[in-house]
Ligand binder design. Structure first.
Ligand code: IVH
Length: 693
């Protein structure tokens, strides 16, 4: 049924071929096999039989065996072949791999859409919808069209180099196709490695028959296969790859996500199915509902859908928090649930004084993770749901991370239930009488409660705070119990001799901890602001405040209006910050810490002192002579800052083609507006010629 193209000489005995002939034939075979790999593994419409494929493959192998110099790294024969390694090495990503903010709540999706509509004009909004694949995230790097590197997500900045393993995955092209589009000099792609359910079950059956442990779920099986030291083992595992995002590309530009996806397809990379483009929240909800219905009929696991803004310039405008892009989110499905028993209910006191009831559970595995405790939130929640010690409960992992008790399950085997749980009248940390504020139970002893102080110390020294190694929760508890630290400032006065007395400490560990604390007398302002535990001030807000005010004194002097001029700070936050800093005991405690600090720095983001320094630019509409992200980079290189929306602190608005509501707002606020010609003239004035590149 299949015919052999004439140039594919499969019959002439090798001895009769001269080396030139051999080389030409090998090249033809490689291109041919690559094409059939693509038809089979990516497009799922094979044109030749497996037997015919094998015949051509064997022929290429024979040619390469006869003339080893003909072997190329991207030859279809070279997918397996690398030697086992002794360990996986860690390498940096070409571009950071952020994670997605996620929620199961349609209202969160509505709020996401509203936030975007504050920055992006309605008529320009388009969302790309995709299934959220429940596999293992991967970066594939192609250099000059050849697969150079495959790296797991790791911490987002660096991951494990699993290149030899990923090369064994048949649907990952070793060389980009160039039939429709030339390969770029550099392409970094993000995708997901996964295992189809049928293949997963077969694999597990094989493992069980061979006397081995089966995998709990396809994701674990995928992760295990990907992290093998011997690529031959990976090659036997039925892995697939789907690519969904361009992390970085050189030598090509795309205006939209869909253009990028189209290019990925043309380059031969498999992409997710059922990608859709919509404009309204209701369409997002419908897409989510449809996939949720179909979820159990798909032959791979998904845990939600991903919503992404299509326009890449608009994405730049929206930017990212420290962890998530603001232009995308994951809209997850209801998680899977398990039943277990509450052994006891304990009460925790947090650094802000809130008492939280916590269910200590008989450990249970929920979707691959063992859960042994779950927050019961607050008194009102606890009463409303009638949860008691000893109850049998259904638990789930919210957003698949934080464990939650969903409901009490009827327990026919049990006798009488325990007594209803009542929150204590006194703080378990300091014995102060608690206050009831709405649903919350609060220890009012802000500066005298050791449990709150312990929480503040841990927060101050946490990774995003002053990052003090060795200052974990147990050590903080000891320091407080022994009276060595009565407020944050005392940390800086600790002497090694005092620590040596503590259980678990010796001379070296004591010196290490005091040294680590001393070293943090110089720290970044953003870390200091985060570490103070100001209400509502997380990592991203602390960073934005530091960049805006540049010194603690300037922040302390700011009123609510000045605070609200900072991107992302609204009325609630500004009030929380002002009240916190004005509170007498806080102010005194902070002053004592400040006395001990030597430097609170704000590292520069770009070349300082540029001619546009101090000016805030906002772009709206499309520019003809350059992309909006290029324009942003140019003004930033000249020292200006840029933002996505127009506010009182905006200095200049650059209005391109199709500018809409932002332009109107700029006019109403009397902000300087430049059209594209004037903008280009401004750049030239400062020695930048956009046309000249
Ligand atoms: S987009 C910065 N699209 O879900 C945005 N992610 O935190 C890049 N995932 O592990 C991610 N399917 O690897 C995107 N269609 C899809 C996805 C997807 C699965 C993974 C991603 C990450 C997690 C999101």
């Amino acid at each position: 049924m299949t015919t052999t193209p004439p140039s594919l000489d499969l019959d002439t005995p090798l001895e009769e071929l001269d080396p030139d002939h051999g080389r030409a034939l090998a090249a033809v075979l490689r291109a041919d096999l690559r094409r059939h790999d693509h038809l089979y593994h990516v497009e799922a419409r094979p044109e030749i039989s497996d037997g015919e494929y094998d015949r051509r493959f064997t022929r290429l192998k024979a040619l390469e065996a006869r003339w080893p110099e003909l072997v190329t790294p991207d030859s279809p024969t070279q997918r397996v072949g690398a030697e086992p390694r002794s360990e996986l090495t860690t390498v940096a990503h070409t571009a950071p791999m952020l994670s997605l903010d996620s929620s199961q709540d349609p209202d969160e999706v509505r709020r996401f859409d509203e936030r975007i509509r504050k920055v992006v004009e309605d008529e320009r909004i388009e969302y790309v919808l995709e299934p959220k694949l429940d596999g293992v995230s991967i970066e594939l790097v192609y250099e000059a069209g050849l697969l150079a590197r495959a790296v797991t997500r790791g911490n987002g900045r660096e991951g494990e180099d699993v290149t030899p393993n990923v090369r064994t995955i048949a649907s990952v092209p070793l060389r980009l196709r160039e039939e429709e589009r030339p390969a770029p000099p550099l392409l970094a792609v993000r995708g997901e490695i996964l295992m189809r359910l049928g293949a997963f079950e077969e694999l597990n059956q094989r493992l069980v028959e061979g006397g081995q442990e089966p995998f709990a779920n396809p994701r674990n099986a995928t992760s295990g296969a990907l992290r093998q030291l011997d690529p031959k083992v990976t090659a036997e595992r039925p892995l697939e790859c789907l690519a969904y995002d361009i992390l970085l590309v050189e030598g090509a530009t795309f205006r939209t996500d869909l253009e990028g996806i189209e290019a990925l397809r043309e380059w031969g990379l498999p992409t997710p199915e059922r990608i859709e483009l919509v404009r309204e929240v209701e369409d997002i909800l419908a897409y989510h509902a449809a996939f949720d219905r179909d979820r159990d009929h798909l032959d791979y696991e998904i845990d939600g859908v991903v919503i992404k803004l299509n326009d890449l310039d608009e994405r730049v405008d929206l930017g990212a928090t420290s962890r998530h892009p603001r232009w995308a989110m994951a809209f997850k499905f209801e998680p899977r649930k398990e039943v277990t028993r509450i052994e006891r209910i304990a009460v925790q006191v947090g650094r802000t004084g809130v008492l939280t009831p916590v269910a200590l559970l008989r450990p249970v595995e929920v979707g691959g993770v063992t859960v042994s405790r779950a927050s019961l939130h607050n008194r009102e929640e606890l009463e409303r749901r009638g949860i008691r010690e000893g109850d049998l409960v259904r638990v789930q992992r919210a957003g698949d991370v934080i464990p939650q008790v969903v409901e009490v399950v009827e327990d026919p085997a049990a006798g009488a239930r325990g007594e209803p749980f009542v929150m204590p009248d006194r703080c378990p940390g300091c014995d102060a009488e608690v206050e009831v504020r709405g649903p919350f139970t609060i220890c009012p002893n802000r500066f005298g409660c050791p449990a709150q102080l312990k929480g503040r110390i841990v927060h101050f020294g946490s990774r995003s705070g002053l990052d003090i190694e060795g200052l974990g929760s147990e050590t903080a508890a000891l320091l407080v119990e022994r009276g060595l630290v009565r407020e944050l400032a005392d940390l800086f006065d600790l002497e090694p001799g005092q620590l040596e007395e503590l259980p678990g400490f010796a001379e070296i560990s004591a010196r290490n901890l005091t040294g680590a604390i001393r070293a943090r007398r110089r720290t970044e302002l953003r870390r200091f602001l985060f570490g103070l535990g100001i209400p509502e001030v997380g990592v991203a807000v602390a960073r934005d405040l530091a960049h805006h005010f540049r010194s603690f004194e300037a922040l302390r002097a700011a009123d609510r209006e000045a605070l609200e001029a900072v991107k992302g700070i609204g009325p609630r936050m500004s009030e929380g910050i002002v009240d916190f800093l004005a509170e007498e005991q806080n102010a005194r405690a902070i002053a004592r810490v400040l006395e001990r600090m030597e430097e609170l720095s704000v590292p520069d983001e770009g070349p300082a002192g540029g001619p546009l320094e101090g000016q805030l630019f906002v772009f709206t509409g499309g520019l003809e002579s350059m992309s909006r992200s290029a324009a942003r980079k140019l003004v930033e290189a000249l020292g200006a800052r840029t933002a996505g929306s127009v506010s009182g602190s905006t200095d200049v608005v650059i209005a391109g083609e199709g500018a809409g509501s932002k332009l109107e707002k700029a006019r109403s606020l009397g902000i300087e507006v430049l059209d594209e010609d004037a903008f280009v003239a401004l750049l030239r004035e400062h020695g930048v010629d956009p046309a000249g590149g």
